[in-house]
Design a protein around this ligand. Structure first.
Ligand code: NFE
Ligand code: MG
Length: 572
């Protein structure tokens, strides 16, 4: 009899995700992805003042802490035709890119690395050899034998006391771990350093947005005024600190994140042919250099790549009702239009329809609803969104830096271009795009300083702040590239209040369940065909799911009650 493997919850992600894998011997024949928590921010927003929406929407998630704020103010600005000042655009770009750098480094070391790095094996490392390895890879300052000996001692104490703490519950010793002990020790050391590093780099958000997580936003611009020589608002000392933060980001990315990615990947080249997914890639695009809703000015272009064909980029219209639609045939929602209905977000409905099974249960009934995520589709097709989609879009549209980075990675690893479409490609894309955005950050920073020096201090456009200036009915789309991919908020405003609000977020695209036609979502498609060395320790599932960097709070716009904390693996 075919067995169904259940992994619930998947750990080292945001939120609660359950994967069920229909096994054929040791191979995954079919996989099912289920978001298991629910709240309902879209419903909470109805009837509120559109100018307040960002503050509620931002609470969708505490990981991608600012993206829902940005998407929300952009949606309102699009609906009311508000253009924001140049300085506000630059500051938003800086804040968005800072989020990427922070989020991607944390994801690599704290959420994904331990799928590839065996912490316990690091105890066998020779600190001197580790220092030699680290020094051969980069000029990261902490690369001495004494430093690695200290990290090893710290780790040894954890293990001997049975208190692995943040390293508890790994599949240490699993046969799929391939790194030599020295590479494991180096990666563990950088894991710990990244924890410290991220504490500093969030200052950029605090300076521009008042705090982190959840920095403040403002419809029409940014909330903190620029006042170069005063104590209130953003002064020159604050801006100097922003520059120091960017340098700190550059140093860690160049000296640790990029070399570590390449070094670790070189032991896992086989993962360049595993975890391909749906092969369709969507970007909404971001980083305007002109008006915020003029996609032609975006540094990351908008578009779709189909069937891995990088020679053609298809156009995407976010307002066209036949393009982006959400289906709920395998989700715990219902539409007034009945089964098979796909709704554009302007017409979106969020009505719960939980059809069970009630917990505790052994397995989901995948013929019915089985997730709190909807199934978004573009022209009926499942789309992968995120770092890989963006890198492919930059590559396909001829971005020179992207091409240089991708070509360098392929030749360093000695893998074919097809290796991009994989678990390894997804993880490498995250690292490579971080390099590109850091370069852009430096440019935006310089532009901002030049504007200020030229006397342009404007950060807010208040022309349409007063609701009496608004039309009775308006609708708009706010979109961006969040760290995990294309994010859109759609708002309908009637009589100065929110009549409908829908968010379609990256993890919904990637982790959503099957649609009306039974077509699998990207997670589900990517897992198909995985061979598990040991089904009781499904490390291979974690590798591919983590390569997408799941965030289920975003995906269902929810915060759930705390479920079980331990990971449960069941073969039934
Ligand atoms: Ni909660 Fe998010 C990002 C958004 S993912 S992390 O990035 O939007 O669905
Ligand atoms: Mg939604």
């Amino acid at each position: 009899m075919n067995k169904r493997l259940v992994v619930d919850p998947i750990t080292r992600i945001e939120g609660h995700l359950r994967i069920e894998a229909q096994m054929n011997g040791g191979t995954i024949a079919e996989a099912y992805s289920s978001g298991t928590m629910v709240r309902g921010i879209e419903i909470i927003l109805q009837g509120r003042d559109p100018r307040d929406a960002w503050a509620f929407a931002q609470r969708i998630c505490g990981v991608c802490t600012l993206v829902h704020g940005v998407a929300s103010v952009r949606a309102v600005e699009d609906a009311l035709s508000i253009e924001i000042p140049k300085n506000a655009q630059l500051i938003r770009n800086l804040m968005i890119a800072a989020q990427y750098v922070h989020d991607h480094v944390m994801h690599f070391y704290h959420l994904h690395a331990l799928d590839w790095v065996d912490v316990v094996s690091a105890l066998d490392a020779d600190p001197k050899a580790t220092a030699d390895l680290a020094s051969s890879l980069s000029n990261y300052p902490k690369s001495s034998p004494g430093y690695f000996a200290d990290v090893k001692t710290k780790l040894k104490t954890f293990v001997e006391q049975g208190q692995l703490g943040i390293f508890a519950n790994g599949y240490w010793g699993h046969s799929a771990y391939k790194l030599p002990p020295e590479a494991n020790l180096m990666a563990v050391a950088h894991y710990l350093d990244a924890l410290e590093w991220q504490r500093d780099v969030v200052k950029l958000h605090a300076i521009f947005g008042g705090k982190n997580p959840h920095p403040n936003f403002l419809v029409g611009g940014v909330p903190s005024p620029i006042s170069p020589n005063s104590d209130g608002g953003i002064n020159m000392e604050d801006l100097a600190e922003v520059s120091r933060v960017i340098t700190k980001m550059e140093d860690f990315v160049n000296q640790a994140y990029l070399p570590d990615t390449l070094a670790i990947a070189s032991f896992y080249k086989d993962w360049g042919a595993i975890g391909e997914g749906v092969g369709n890639f969507l970007t909404y695009g971001d980083f305007p250099t002109g008006a915020s809703n003029d996609a032609s000015s975006f540094l990351v272009p908008r578009g779709v790549i189909l069937d891995r064909d990088l020679s053609t980029v298809h156009e995407v219209d976010l307002h066209e009702e036949n393009e982006i639609q959400e289906f709920v045939d395998h989700a715990w929602y219902q539409y007034q239009g009945g089964p098979g209905t796909g709704l554009h977000p302007y017409k979106g409905e969020t009505e719960f329809n939980f059809t069970g099974p009630n917990p505790p249960f052994d397995q989901l009934d995948v013929d019915k609803g089985y997730s709190w995520l909807k199934s978004p589709r573009w022209k009926g097709k499942a789309m992968e969104v995120g770092p890989l989609s963006r890198m492919l879009m930059l590559y396909a549209t001829g971005n020179a830096h992207a091409k240089e980075l991708v070509d360098m990675t392929l030749s360093t690893l000695d893998v074919p271009v097809d290796a991009l479409f994989s678990t390894l490609g997804r993880t490498a894309a995250r690292t490579l795009e971080t390099k590109i955005y850091l370069d852009w950050m430096r440019g935006w920073y310089d532009d901002l300083i030049a504007n200020i020096r030229a006397g342009d201090l404007q950060t807010h456009n208040s022309e349409k702040w007063d609701p009496s200036t608004w039309p009775n009915k308006a609708q708009g789309a706010g979109y961006m590239e969040a760290p995990r991919g294309a994010l859109g908020h759609w708002i309908v405003i009637e009589d100065q209040k929110i009549a409908n609000y829908q968010a379609v977020v990256p993890t919904t695209w990637n982790a959503g369940p099957r649609d009306a036609d039974g077509l699998a979502g990207p997670y589900e498609a990517a897992l198909k065909g995985h061979e598990l060395a040991n089904p009781e320790q499904p490390l291979e599932i974690l590798r591919t799911i983590h390569s997408f960097d799941p965030c289920i709070a975003c995906a269902v716009h929810m915060v759930g009650e705390d479920g079980e904390e331990t990971m449960q693996i069941k073969v039934s």
